[in-house]
Design a protein around this ligand. Sequence first.
Ligand code: F6P
Length: 320
Amino acid sequence: MKIALLTSGGDAPGMNAAIRAVVRRAGYYGLTVYGIERGFAGLLNGEGFRPLNHRSVADIIHRGGTILRTARAPEFCRASVQDQAAAWLREQGIEALIVIGGDGSFRGGAALQERGLRFIGIPATIDNDIYGTDLTIGFDTAVNTAADAINRLRDTATSHERVFVIEVMGRCAGFIALASGLAGGAESILVPEMEFNLEEICRRLLAAKEHGRSHSIIVVAEGAASAMKMGEEIKKRTGLETRVTILGHLQRGGTPTAADRILATQMGAAAVDLLRRGENGVMVGYVKGRIEPVPLAEVFSGEKTFPAEAYELAHILSLY
Ligand code: F6P
């Protein structure tokens, strides 16, 4: 069986560990993996198409980013483009495709499956917003990066007695904001999934000051509100000295944590095992501590539930 492998969508720390595991597990069984560069965009012109072997994936387990590079390929939504890619893969003798990416990338894979290829998805996005898996590759690293930034900002916030509004990634999901805010002891966490009241936040900031707390940390998911506007509003309404930090793409890079490397390694190996078992059209999920296949139909059928209890806990712990 000839397998093609690509990474797609936003990069996530741990993608390289997953690539390594796919290639080496496949090699162990005598299967050949062909890498494709720049995600689905690379499928249209065969960019970087080459066999990967044990040596090609040496010394990458600890590196962020992806050696296969990645891209967002909106043109891949068009049926004619999907036809072209499926035909090209068939010409190369490829029978199966493994995609490391988010659910948008899995839709591209599903389109190729409809055109006769076998497809397995490995969930990787720092946002952790894929339905059907408790964890995605890259989330743990991004949360640790954000929590570390919060620690550093807290040092300067306490020294100068300031309010810090810290914007983390998550256009549609607040999982990074919640986890890093909980880990960093944030006074307020704003996420797209939960309503918030700026007046109430300002009232709490002033109450905290009255009780002797001279600094505060507010973590905002980028999809919840503009941190710049929040900072300005807070300053205007409370008179407290306020600063804004946008962490941005810092959260996407860096050495993957051990947890992400282990998850990626297990998921990469499982993708090959699933192909050997004859599975098709599934995502490798991490469900209640176990790696297991999740049908794509299920992955596309819902939205991950936001852990409202943990959100409430963060709120309670920061109350005065
Ligand atoms: O990959 C997920 C993500 O990092 C989101 O959190 C963020 O909103 C988006 O990608 C940014 O995308 P880009 O790098 O294409 O600007």
